[in-house]
Design a protein around this ligand. Sequence first.
Ligand code: AMP
Ligand code: MG
Length: 449
Amino acid sequence: MSATLVKSIDQIAAELQGYDPQALPAADVARFLSLLVAPVTERLELPLFEALGRVLADDVVSPFDVPPHDNSAMDGYAFDGAALTPGTELHLRVVGTALAGKAWQGTVASGECLKIMTGAIMPAGLDTVVPQEFVTVQGDRITVPAKLLQAGDNRRLRGEDLRQGRPALSKGELLTPARLGLVASLGMKTVSTLRPLRVAYFSTGDEILSLGEPPREGAVYDSNRYTVFGMLKRLGCEVIDMGVVRDEPALLEAAFASAAAQADAIITSGGVSVGEADYTKAMMKKLGDVAFWRVAMRPGRPMAVGRILPEKTGASPLSTSASSSQNHNNPNGAILFGLPGNPVAVMVTFLAFVRPALLQMMGTTAAAPPLLKARSLEAMRKKPGRTEYQRGTVSRAADGSLQVRTTGNQGSGVLSSMAEANGLIVLHHGQGNVAAGEDVDVMMFDGSI
Ligand code: AMP
Ligand code: MG
């Protein structure tokens, strides 16, 4: 990444009409983040088995036509379709057998046909295949029933899948299983990808316990690192787990320095609420260029977003691995997503804002999955002027349409109703109360959650 042309928080804010960090609409958060982040550019040539989920750095151009020859789509008999006469059966003599993987040597004259296997090359002059189950065979003669076929049936054409010299896949596409198979079908053993994003994350808060610590009154076990870990893994990011960081300036500074030295992005949870009596916000200010927001949404109102800047992190990093010096991949600093502490708010803000921003940083043209419409089985209270996310279970009604009901307690700390849900009901900024039976938008949890 070049060190030039990086926009500061103030410069981005100046580009947004009516930017109000104290009441920021969800749509403005998305726009802001899209101006803040940039795709990685470093490439990695990877063997196919290691490329699943990675992003293509270049178009994949087909070196040949696929399939390379006209071939049979069926086990059957190949013949010249010009011999078909409407309404009459056709009698043909079988002169040989063409197997897949071998070109048949010989000629097939008028009144003759060739037994052919699926995938076998169609000899010149033959363009039609009758599947073997439809013919009657007597010795070396077959009868093709009337009205069954048209010329060209059951033949795959050369290049019908992919054309030589044309892109079979485009730069920015995610390597899904089907696309891995497609690259393999072109005979390519490796593929040029963008390197995966490295994302460091830690939880903050003196009341947060790491697993293994004995329970303590007023303390809760850290769940945010696990939900964040899961969502990052599903996106194909490399994760750097930095544990729970106590609310002490020296520890926070070391954690941010270490994260900024290793990662493209840093995700923290907790410590960004208004009136929070801790050092997290102060440290973000000290080490970076950061905006503190109250987003017009529920759950997940407080958020901090910006960059942690290598030149400001003088402290020696906590971790020794890969962090003896500044982050060379990332001279402009690591992007900071300072999420609220509430477990559901963390997931909702991740899905609504962090996921699209990370996809952009990954260099992929793939979008987050589209919202679906489902009929609400219950009335929902909703104030216009903020975006609300409710946890819901989407199912199919008897008539086949989609319906949705909420999953119990919608408190922003209640993870059980999140665990029970299969999607989020999105009640948009301008929307008011929802009546039972009304259609609402839902964001289905897919592979990323
Ligand atoms: P905060 O945003 O720091 O004010 O935290 C809001 C609420 O979320 C508090 O009840 C915290 O105890 C809880 N919380 C914060 N961080 C975590 C975490 N890592 N795991 C579980 N709960 C958390
Ligand atoms: Mg806190």
